[in-house]
Design a protein around this ligand. Structure first.
Ligand SMILES: *[C@@H]1O[C@H](CO)[C@@H](O)[C@H](O)[C@H]1NC(C)=O
Ligand SMILES: *[C@@H]1O[C@H](CO)[C@@H](O)[C@H](O)[C@H]1NC(C)=O
Ligand SMILES: *[C@@H]1O[C@H](CO)[C@@H](O)[C@H](O)[C@H]1NC(C)=O
Ligand SMILES: *[C@@H]1O[C@H](CO)[C@@H](O)[C@H](O)[C@H]1NC(C)=O
Ligand SMILES: *[C@@H]1O[C@H](CO)[C@@H](O)[C@H](O)[C@H]1NC(C)=O
Ligand SMILES: *[C@@H]1O[C@H](CO)[C@@H](O)[C@H](O)[C@H]1NC(C)=O
Ligand SMILES: *[C@@H]1O[C@H](CO)[C@@H](O)[C@H](O)[C@H]1NC(C)=O
Ligand SMILES: *[C@@H]1O[C@H](CO)[C@@H](O)[C@H](O)[C@H]1NC(C)=O
Ligand SMILES: *[C@@H]1O[C@H](CO)[C@@H](O)[C@H](O)[C@H]1NC(C)=O
Ligand SMILES: *[C@@H]1O[C@H](CO)[C@@H](O)[C@H](O)[C@H]1NC(C)=O
Ligand SMILES: *[C@@H]1O[C@H](CO)[C@@H](O)[C@H](O)[C@H]1NC(C)=O
Ligand SMILES: [Zn+2]
Ligand SMILES: [Zn+2]
Length: 616
């Protein structure tokens, strides 16, 4: 959890990633391999009910799965083609069992990998990758906040994506403004506000697709507060008729958010109708039951989790608790084959294979396999102590910035200290080829670097610790008022990393040491939610979790305290840095007029430039 850095993390969401220029064409054309590592299968079958749901959320472009060989990445190695094969075998099983099976997604299809973000100039984020998602037989999808940071992305969803779902792309409280027939601006729902349909078994379903109270959406998109939405006449009308079940999909965490507003509004009219909720956004595995005839499930992030929910729906009017089950699957071919009783040779469907092929071709078209160098080992964000040789934050701050930012730079010979925020790194870097896709995934924020010349080394050295002290103070306060006050503001802007990291920390603190020492468990997520029984499909030992500072910097140069040096920093933290600098000395009141551009190299290019020099 970070606070000062939180502020500087906001571009995370507007992650407009620059292409990587015209590097020499050193294609490595790594082909996606079937998992080479022997993966252990799950040990227990899924519990099927009358109504069953396969759930995805927050896929953020991870449609080729996780392809690195360092653990636990192989656990998440299933790609969208594998998932499509899985879904079609599961549909077949549902037919054999004569039960319903629905496929549902809770949003955030944009921002995360090269497949979504590595488009050439003039393209639209997610436009190509979403074509593959549209090939899956989704029954319902709902809009996420990452569909709304950039108007062009929302427009693409409105014009090209939503129509393919034929009324089942839901945006109950999200509108887009477009020109009407006469050229006049008109606000209309991006998808549908609700959907009513019958399942194959004839069950009547009423669905909504709700987004949390998001405030950082682009102009010409509108997010209505959930508390206002439930007062709308259309909402009231939509829920009047009693279906066999309400299926509420939405981009909203199942805990600590506004689901109860929607749930209570429905419950007021229908005290016993089953309500199934499928949420997302905070990137964790979670489950809660708002009452005995309802279950809410959230299925992680980045195609690291496929969620399963089943319910045995009883007679209308029953007041008894419904029997639900839920499971968090590690998406890989072994998991998929286990649950569909197929083998490697019988698993792939032709549609699944063609999705995989298409995604590989897209990766090639976007040049995502362009190789900067070979990472000698894993560099992780939360899993390594800071500072350390295996910390990505140490690598970026102490090694990569000093190399990349001084390339072709006339100030290279002047001693310096370089500072950035730790939130600038989004995903771990793993041993092996470091490609354009890896760079887009790990370090996507296209921020620039500034500097103030002639700061004495004695003062400059105090800046980083002072920034982190201020950050720690704020963090303590933030913990106390989680999701209140200032933090609530950031939450509304879409910042949820604090919840994800707290989840990781808790699973490690609970029994991480013990489980890892046992050596009979493999690494992965260890979920403790508030639904009965064990949720994880494969029992794991959690990854170690280490605290990291909010700000990171290069090592101070070995010069005397009175030596004038360059204080270099990422533009994102300019305000905080100036105020800290002015609190550390009184000789001069530094303002933005003292700040200059240090290099045209952007933060998102640093790892690649470093890899070209150091990892070849
Ligand atoms: C998950 O990863 C571990 C290594 O941490 C591996 O041994 C295990 O077989 C994997 N499990 C599945 C279901 O893929
Ligand atoms: C919003 O969209 C309308 C219709 O396309 C357009 O006329 C208007 O200029 C847009 N407003 C902004 C602030 O971009
Ligand atoms: C969304 O669009 C509908 C249909 O045009 C309109 O009636 C409604 O007022 C809009 N809602 C918001 C919050 O803009
Ligand atoms: C029904 O479910 C509710 C909520 O999960 C629980 O509090 C209650 O004890 C359950 N009742 C029975 C009879 O199991
Ligand atoms: C699985 O099947 C594919 C072809 O569908 C084949 O290329 C691959 O080698 C097989 N893997 C194993 C472990 O048998
Ligand atoms: C880190 O790397 C340096 C240089 O390669 C080496 O001397 C040092 O022992 C390493 N430290 C750890 C903790 O591995
Ligand atoms: C540095 O200059 C060389 C020679 O002009 C050029 O080829 C290279 O692209 C430049 N590198 C960067 C990062 O600007
Ligand atoms: C650098 O700063 C020192 C005092 O901190 C001042 O005396 C000196 O004139 C400055 N030099 C330049 C080139 O600004
Ligand atoms: C695995 O190790 C843990 C921790 O040492 C232990 O509690 C558990 O019983 C072991 N499980 C198996 C299946 O051996
Ligand atoms: C720092 O510089 C001094 C003087 O040039 C030198 O004696 C010392 O060894 C250097 N220390 C390091 C860690 O390089
Ligand atoms: C420093 O400069 C800023 C911007 O001009 C100004 O707002 C602030 O009051 C100044 N502080 C002092 C102590 O002079
Ligand atoms: Zn997300
Ligand atoms: Zn989100």
């Amino acid at each position: 959890m970070q606070l000062l850095a939180l502020v500087s993390l906001l571009p995370f969401f507007a992650a407009l990633v620059q292409g990587c220029g015209d590097h020499a064409h050193d294609h490595s054309h790594e082909k996606r391999a079937f998992p080479v590592t022997a993966l252990t299968p799950p040990t227990r079958a899924l519990e099927w009910g009358d109504l069953n749901i396969i759930h995805t959320t927050d896929s953020h472009g991870w449609l080729l799965g996780h392809q690195k060989t360092s653990f636990p990445e192989p656990n998440y190695s299933g790609d969208l083609g594998d998932f499509a094969s899985f879904v079609s075998h599961m549909k077949q099983l549902a037919l054999e069992k004569d039960v319903d099976l629905l496929l549902v997604d809770s949003g955030d299809l944009h921002d995360g990998t090269g497949l979504s973000d590595g488009f050439p100039p003039g393209g639209v984020d997610g436009h190509e990758s979403n074509k593959f998602l549209a090939k899956l037989p989704y029954d319902l999808m709902s809009i996420g906040n990452h569909e709304l940071y950039i108007y062009a992305n929302t427009l693409d969803m409105f014009q090209n994506f939503a129509p393919q779902l034929k009324g089942r792309y839901l945006s109950s409280n999200v509108n887009i403004t477009v020109a009407d027939k006469h050229g006049k601006p008109q606000s209309v729902p991006v998808g549908s506000r609700f959907a009513k349909f019958k399942t194959r078994k004839g069950r009547k379903v009423t669905s909504l697709g709700v987004l949390f109270d998001f405030t950082d959406n682009d102009k010409n998109t509108t997010v209505q507060k959930v508390s206002d939405m439930v007062q709308e006449k259309w909402f009231f009308d939509a829920i009047q008729e009693e279906p066999d079940l309400f299926l509420l999909v939405g981009h909203m965490p199942v805990q600590r958010d506004d689901w109860p507003l929607v749930f209570n509004a429905v419950r007021k009219v229908h005290p016993t109708t089953p309500i199934l909720i499928l949420g997302g956004h905070s990137h964790i595995r979670d489950c809660v039951q708002l009452d005995g005839r309802s279950m809410s499930l959230e299925s992680g992030r980045y195609m690291e989790t496929v969620g399963w929910m089943s319910a045995n729906l009883d007679k209308k009017g029953s007041k008894k608790n419904i029997t639900f089950s839920r499971r968090y699957l590690d998406p890989n071919r072994v998991t998929y084959e286990f649950h569909t009783r197929t083998r490697n040779a019988s698993f792939d469907t032709s549609s699944g294979k063609s999705i995989t092929q298409g995604l590989l071709q897209l990766a090639e078209k976007f040049d995502l396999n362009f190789k900067f160098g070979t990472a000698p080992q894993d560099f992780t964000i939360d899993r390594s102590p800071f500072p350390s040789n295996s910390s990505l934050l140490s690598l970026y701050a102490a090694e990569a910035m000093p190399v990349a930012l001084t390339i072709n730079n006339t100030r290279a010979s002047i001693p310096n200290i370089m500072i950035t925020n730790s939130g600038s790194q989004r995903f771990d870097v793993y041993a092996g080829a470091f490609t354009k896709n890896d760079q887009l995934t790990a370090s996507p924020f296209a921020d620039s670097f500034l500097f103030i010349p002639n700061i004495t080394a004695g003062v400059a050295k105090q800046v980083l610790p002072a920034l982190n002290n201020a950050g720690a103070e704020n963090r303590k306060r933030a913990l106390e008022e989680l999701l209140e006050g200032r933090e609530r503001e950031l939450y509304k802007k879409g910042y949820v990393d604090m919840i994800f990291r707290k989840w990781l920390e808790e699973m490690d603190r609970r029994d991480g040491l013990e489980r890892r020492a046992g050596q009979n468990l493999t690494l992965g997520y260890v979920t403790k939610d508030s639904c009965p029984g064990v949720g994880d499909d494969v029992v794991h030992a959690p990854l170690p979790f280490f605290e990291t500072p909010d700000f990171i910097g290069s090592n101070a140069p070995n010069v005397t305290d009175d030596t004038p040096i360059d204080l270099v920093f990422v533009d994102f933290i300019e305000d905080q840095l100036l105020s800290i600098l002015n609190s550390l000395q009184t000789a001069k009141n530094f303002t933005t007029t003292d700040v200059q551009s240090y290099t045209p190299v952007l933060a998102s290019a640093v790892l690649g430039l470093f890899a070209q020099k150091a990892w070849n």
